[in-house]
Design a protein around this ligand. Structure first.
Ligand code: AMP
Ligand code: TRP
Length: 333
């Protein structure tokens, strides 16, 4: 990445921030902020695509901001704000609703997974959600977007929207974004089922390690995590066809900045009883300071609100001239 690059990313304030968010997203956001201009957004407008109780949404927006800061996002260096503060997100999303094609949205697997058989009851917002995500990114002409594996398809759509907009309006206003998907933690799976991703919405608390879990809870969840009866293999190739083993080894690798293969070499021939103890130790070591810091920040909600207001002003200052440029291109007067 050169100095011309701008980083944008976001997460939904829908509660239950978990290890997958940390390993797939937040810790990579932190690594990027030393070298690039970074904008990190709590996407509250995305959250309301499914029902959110208003008071809970407010609380969870603060909690998401606290999670960003506790994992290392520096609100002085980077811009940290909540999406609904900057009206340009909604304005640009409308323009993109008119650029994106129905056929493109019909291919979005996250929408299909989320609605299942209840498609007719899903909100219209949930359907056009990827257009809003494209607007989030392109409102700042961001070029690099650090996310977990599950967001790859949405970023491809963002590229398609930018390309079509540029083509239709004979302009080069929008950059073609690059997904930044880093490390072994890009896809953390459920502790109960190694074929399903760890998610905020899984009804089982035992499926995920939350960023608010204390050491005893983390220990209990790892102890209960599903595994198989075999021992750890000598190399990562031996994890083939063992989704739960692959996941736990992947989590250990991500937490210790190692590869799955190195972890296999280290634990070759040991059983999961042993391995889970080692995994608990590293998980507690990495997560305890985050949990403590989140609790400290949540004790002073006014301070979080001040950070979000200030971040919103800085974001608005970047977004406003870009939005004016877009409106001119579209022909609005
Ligand atoms: P969300 O929780 O869906 O708002 O996601 C926020 C960020 O965390 C996005 O960059 C996701 O790609 C990432 N993320 C969510 N779940 C996982 C997971 N299980 N493994 C890795 N990254 C994840
Ligand atoms: N859709 C993302 C998720 O659910 C969150 C998101 C919204 C986002 N807008 C974004 C991520 C822009 C990166 C860039 O995880």
């Amino acid at each position: 990445m050169s100095d011309q690059k701008r980083v944008f990313s976001g997460a939904q304030p829908t509660g239950n921030m978990h290890l997958g968010n940390y390993l797939g997203a937040f810790r990579n956001w932190v690594k990027l902020q030393d070298d690039y201009e970074c904008i990190y957004c709590v996407v509250d407008m995305h959250a309301i695509t499914t029902w959110q109780d208003p008071a809970t949404l407010t609380q969870q927006t603060r909690e998401a901001a606290a999670a960003y800061i506790a994992t290392g996002v520096d609100p002085e260096k980077s811009i940290l704000f909540n999406q609904s503060r900057v009206p340009g997100h909604a304005e640009l999303a409308w323009i993109f609703n008119c650029v994106a094609r129905l056929g493109w949205l019909n291919r979005m697997t996250q929408f299909k997974d989320k609605v299942g058989k209840n498609r007719e009851k899903a909100s219209c917002g949930l359907y056009v959600y990827p257009n809003l995500m494209a607007a989030d990114i392109l409102l700042y002409k961001a070029t690099h977007v650090p996310v977990g594996q599950d967001q790859k398809q949405h970023l491809e759509l963002t590229r398609d929207i930018a390309t079509k907009f540029n083509h239709d309006f004979k302009t080069e206003i929008f950059p073609i974004v690059e997904p930044v998907i880093m490390g072994e933690g890009a896809k953390v799976m459920s502790l109960r089922d190694g074929t399903k991703k760890m998610s905020k919405s899984d009804p089982s608390q035992y499926s995920r390690i939350s960023l608010t879990d204390d050491a005893d809870t983390i220990m209990a969840k790892i102890r209960k995590a599903k595994t198989d009866a075999e021992t750890l293999p000598a190399t990562a190739a031996g994890l083939e066809g063992r989704p739960e083993a692959t996941n736990l080894v992947g989590i250990y690798a991500a937490l210790t900045d190692a590869t799955r293969n190195q972890v296999c070499v280290q634990f070759e021939g040991r059983g999961f009883g042993d391995f889970k103890k080692a995994l608990t130790d590293v998980a507690v070591e990495k997560l305890a300071p985050i949990t403590t810091e989140m609790a400290r920040l949540m004790d002073d909600p006014a301070e979080i609100d001040r950070i979000l207001v200030r971040g919103g002003e800085r974001a608005q200052a970047i977004a406003e001239p870009i939005l004016q440029e877009v409106k001119q291109v579209v022909g609005f007067i």
